[in-house]
Design a protein around this ligand. Sequence first.
Ligand SMILES: [Zn+2]
Length: 199
Amino acid sequence: MDRKIVGFHQDEEQHWVAELECGHNQHVRHRPPWTNRPWVVTPEGRAKALGQTLSCRKCDAALADETPRDSVAALSHPSQPKESSMKAIAIACLAAAAALHAPRASAESLRCNGYSASEGDSRNAVLYKCGQPLLRDVYCSPVYYSQTLQPVPEPIANAFVPCQAVEEWLYERGPGQLTATVRFRAGVVQSIRYGREPQ
Ligand SMILES: [Zn+2]
């Protein structure tokens, strides 16, 4: 039975519902590519649709009660929350996989901008490949402490011990990624370490 549209409202899922003169509601969803009603999402489109008729299935079925169709609509819908939780799980899995792979896959080299910086590279080579580091530290490391690489305070180091300038560059590699610390000794990359924060 054709009934005039007298108004519109949105349901909990933001789908548009036409209010019919008979008092029944009928979904007029715009869900491309399955159901295309681009007019329903604009105020102008809805204004034009007022007074036009829809075939009211509830009247046709002579169901005064609105619940049957509404419950069917509700049942055919829960795909939406399910989809989003699936997506959340997928993202969590990806993040876990990235965390597992990052330290192993590139323990010896630093990938940036399609290049790979690795041990033995000069400072210019690393700059060229990876750009400016976030932080840069230079300190003097005594030769005989090379295993621990403890920074020695500058005045003491200069005055008392033979030392070698060690430079550390810290790269942030984006959200959720481990930071990379590139250590230079004698002007070339000595090591590349990954960590959650600078060590
Ligand atoms: Zn009706």
